[in-house]
Design a protein around this ligand. Structure first.
Ligand code: WT7
Length: 635
């Protein structure tokens, strides 16, 4: 048990030093003591960042659902595993015990098998935050199918691209979803997407909103009758440590989404270990992460990490503003939530509303607060600390990425003194490095640079599905021998890290990682558009909002500008989803470019942020007259 649960700062440093001195024995000890293996590993770690190739616990065999469900049956069979809180507070919450979860996952797994899904097949899951989402994820893992959850806010085009990229044979969806006072026609979106996905043989449809939908004969099946007829026992598929567990798409600096591939054993060990420590999880806690399972936060810290620890994990279907802005606090009070994990954008939105929404609820159950997704600004941090945590709950500002699988930099509550806007210290096993522009590591404190990680950790993504070359290029080529995160960071006088934001063409809007390229591609599909460039600019609630610079074709010049703006946002909604809509669109005669033809986004960013006093080095700029024109007409 020695390393597993860190309780004070001295212990953190001890454990950390050990983890760096001998990473293999560190992780081996954790793997040995806290998980259920069908066969032990031959080798803890084999790695080469130049290929790149990373293998943890090679030779081991296991099934992650045995670790997340079966082994708890003896000790916690009647404990709530998933606590489902519906969109409408008038609908009753559902407590799914470990025993019930075992039965529901087993039945679902048998339904998958009966519908032709085998180990290694890809299954896309496009569901709202209802229990079937967590259950279908686990059912895939039970039989060794690779799940690819696609956030149910993505458009039909985005869904189709992802389904085709991983060549999924099956899609799991629902008739529709609730979102506050609205309903969304999910099945309609799936139908539209699948017109472009000939490889999908079966669509399983969960019933949620009881809407009338179209069921395509031979392809679409209602889920419930199949579950009713399924056996309640499903022998888990025995997986190799490095067998794929899931694919999860994230955006990058080109138009095509990257299917990050995560594998079994290392992902399990790391998410379980970090869940336990980052949230100081104890047996009777009620843990709630408000993310959607469609993002990595939900995979690692709603499903796998908590369940691997036998925790009670809350799954919330709704939104923070329905039926009013007190909903989060209502749920905390109702279920006596002990750990609450959300995004800075949600905190900023709630901080704008009347404080009564918070104060009228009893939040005394809370012990630890967390944030994730983007840098948290000082004001939001203090509001969270003062009004939600009542200055008694440490805030864990957790920095990580889809690619990292789990939290890499975060305070450990009650051990690491927190500091607003700082993610603070690396988790055991994580070796950060700050690099300068020439590829040299910057040692010492009170420095800043590009954030890399020097040594593999168990839950690092192993590849990009179907494109290992791109994986190498994106993460391992900028700083050879190191994993490059794409983020900038500074290290203060005591060695605390503060993440300062992306240094590449990714913009974080409301905690969602949006690549500039896919959005520009969508804009450029508009028949009146010749070229476009988007940048982020500061926004009160979203953190960043999007500013688009658009060059029209000659044929577009006569069109009404406001209509064009609407149509462009419509294009984006169709291709990606409403989360990627632009706040401002400026029509421009040209874009600032370098002599080699690259758009100088740095300049566009300064203009959008109103920081035109100093545009920086413009010596490579080909067309300074365009910059002046853009500045004169800035929105
Ligand atoms: C990017 C990854 C990890 C789950 C959510 C996002 C930014 C994430 C923080 C934080 C500052 C953060 C980074 C990172 N980010 N957490 N605590 N402080 N920035 O996953 O969509 O893969 O995005 O989100 O820029 O690289 P993602």
């Amino acid at each position: 048990m020695s390393n597993y649960h860190i309780k004070h700062l001295e212990e953190y440093y001890q454990v950390y030093r050990k983890s760096v001195r001998n990473p293999e024995s560190f992780w081996e000890e954790i793997a040995e003591e806290h998980f259920m293996w069908r066969k032990r590993w031959d080798n803890v770690l084999d790695w080469d960042f130049s290929k790149p190739e990373i293998k943890w616990f090679e030779g081991a065999q296991l099934n992650i659902t045995e670790n997340c469900i079966d082994r708890h049956l003896y000790t916690r069979g009647d404990k709530t595993a998933i606590l489902f809180e519906p969109n409408d507070p008038k609908e009753e919450a559902e407590h799914i015990t470990y025993r019930q979860l075992h039965e529901r996952v087993s039945k679902f797994a048998n339904v998958l098998k009966e519908n032709g899904i085998k180990k290694g097949d890809r299954v896309c899951i496009y569901l709202p935050m209802i229990p079937e989402l967590a259950i279908s994820v686990l059912a895939c893992a039970r039989i060794g199918a690779i799940h690819s959850v696609i956030f149910a806010g993505f458009s039909a085009t985005a869904l189709a691209t992802r389904v085709n990229d991983c060549k999924a044979k099956m899609v799991i969806t629902s008739d529709g979803s609730y979102r506050g006072a609205k309903t969304i026609d999910l099945k309609g979106i799936v139908d539209e997407a699948l017109e472009q996905c000939p490889g999908v043989q079966t669509v399983l449809v969960a019933k949620r909103i009881n809407s009338k939908i179209n069921m395509k004969a031979g392809r679409d099946k209602w889920l419930q009758p199949l579950l009713d007829d399924a056996y309640a026992d499903c022998v888990p598929e025995i997986m190799d440590a490095e067998d794929p567990l899931f694919i999860l798409y994230t955006s990058g600096s080109t138009g095509r989404p990257k299917g990050m591939l995560h594998t079994t054993a290392g992902y399990m060990v790391y998410t379980a270990y970090t869940f336990k420590n980052v949230f100081q999880y104890k047996e009777d806690d009620v843990y709630w992460c408000t993310a959607d399972i469609g993002w990595i936060t939900g995979h690692s810290y709603i499903v796998y990490g908590p369940l691997a620890n036998g925790a009670t994990t809350v799954m919330f279907e709704g939104v923070p503003s329905f039926p009013d802005y007190g909903r989060f606090w209502d749920i905390v009070e109702k279920h006596k939530v002990t750990q609450f994990y959300t995004a800075p954008t949600a905190i900023r939105a709630l901080a704008k509303e009347n404080l009564d929404y918070v104060t009228e609820h009893d939040l005394s159950s809370l012990k630890v607060l967390g944030t994730v997704g983007e840098p948290i600004n000082e004001e939001a941090w203090h509001w969270y600390n003062d009004h939600v945590g009542k200055k008694k709950c440490p805030i864990v500002d957790t920095w990580w990425q889809t690619e990292t699988g789990g939290v890499l930099i975060s305070p450990i509550p009650f051990a690491t003194p927190t500091k607003p806007t700082y993610a603070t210290l690396p988790m055991p096993g994580i070796q950060p490095a700050l690099m300068d522009e020439n590829g040299k590591e910057i040692k010492g404190n009170q420095v800043d640079g590009r954030l890399c990680i020097k040594f593999p950790w168990p839950s690092i993504a192993r590849s990009i599905w179907g494109n290992h070359e791109r994986y190498k290029e994106t993460y391992f080529s900028a700083f050879p021998g190191k994993y490059f995160t794409g983020d900038g960071a500074l290290r203060d006088e005591v060695g605390y890290y503060r993440i300062t934001g992306r240094v590449d063409d990714v913009i974080i809007v409301s905690g969602h990682n949006l690549g500039t390229a896919p959005i520009e591609d969508a804009i450029n599909e508009h028949p009146a558009v010749a070229e476009s460039a988007i940048v982020g600019f500061p926004h009160d609630i979203k953190g960043n909002a999007l500013y688009g610079y658009v060059i029209l074709k000659e044929t577009g010049e006569s069109r009404d500008r406001d209509n064009l703006r609407k149509e462009i946002n419509q294009m984006i909604t169709e291709h990606i989803g409403p989360i990627a809509k632009l706040n401002k669109i400026q029509f421009v005669p040209g874009l600032p470019k370098t002599r080699s033809g690259k758009i100088m986004r740095r300049i566009l960013r300064k203009i959008a942020c109103n920081e035109t006093d100093n545009l920086g080095d413009t010596s490579t700029l080909l067309n300074p007259e365009v910059v002046k024109e853009i500045m004169d007409n800035v929105l």
